[in-house]
Design a protein around this ligand. Sequence first.
Ligand code: SF4
Length: 366
Amino acid sequence: MPLGFPYLGTFTHVMESIARGMNRDDLILPNEPTYRTKQLGSRHASEFVCTPFKIILGSLLEVIERGATQVIGTVHVDFCRLGYYAPLWKLILEDLGYTGDIICLNWFDKPDFFRNFKKLTGDLNAIQAFQAFRIGWIKNRYFDLVEKLLYSYGATEISKGSAKAVADKLNRTIVHTMGERNVRKLPRLIKETFKEEVEVDEKADPLKVIIMGELYAVIEPAINLYVMRKLNDLGVVAYTPITFRRWIDLGYRLNFFKRKQHDIAIKKAKPYLGHRLGGKARESIGCTIYYKEKGWDGLIHLYPFTCMPEIISRSILPQVSKDYDMPVLSLVVDEHTGEAGFQTRVEAFVDLLERKRNENDKNKVK
Ligand code: SF4
């Protein structure tokens, strides 16, 4: 029963790692979403459903076309429409004649989660399956590290594209590294490889921009039009704390001695938004304050067209931006977002940040 799953930014590598750790060699790996993926998903989904729903549906249809008869639908549900994704995909795929399995991993329903997880693990016993999952969540930390270094080195690299080439190579190394002892050595390898293979302009003093917003809009470059790469091309360091790690990394979740950054952000957002809405509504607000205090220069807030929680945070963010003097650019993205308009807005935002920094420097000298 060939296994497929949709493309989800770098989390795709985590899913591949877990599947390979469970001896699933019958994998149909998804391709990065293309124009066709978006069209395919949009054709079979309601016009007003969230954009991630359509693109992920398109990605599922593509792995099914290529032979997958067991597909992973969702790995999480939330307070917003995310809870409807899996049942609706199921109905749509069945309508289209798909007769294979759709596996939905919903952590909030533990018996159902383990029942579905068992379908993926084949002959492995519970301990072996857990170990494969555990190695997957540890590797997730290292994929995040690669991502962080990529968009940090990428801002000041001398040879354009060298950081990306190193990141691609390291991501493949992480996927194929087996055995916990070898996996634990990866962070050192990652840091050393970037240091040795990416030549940077040591004199540069890049601006630093945080990317926040709805999970899929942030982690999937195909929907956000590679905004982090665009910032790097403008000489700006980009970073996002948004990652799937928060859900699947049980080691991190159960470390009660460590204050989690998202908990701190949610607390900071409380005067503006005290209730959970779904998406990353509270974190988007809280991180604006958190990263201002950490000295970052600005924040880009991304949200898909018709995203309910992020539309609310988008309407609150101008006030937060004013109160904390933190520049915020909110960008709505969907399958029709045009490259040129997006690029212009990002460039204008970076110009504004540069001017603001120059003015602050002048005021310090006075
Ligand atoms: S966070 Fe927004 S885009 Fe994502 S599922 Fe919820 S409503 Fe849709």
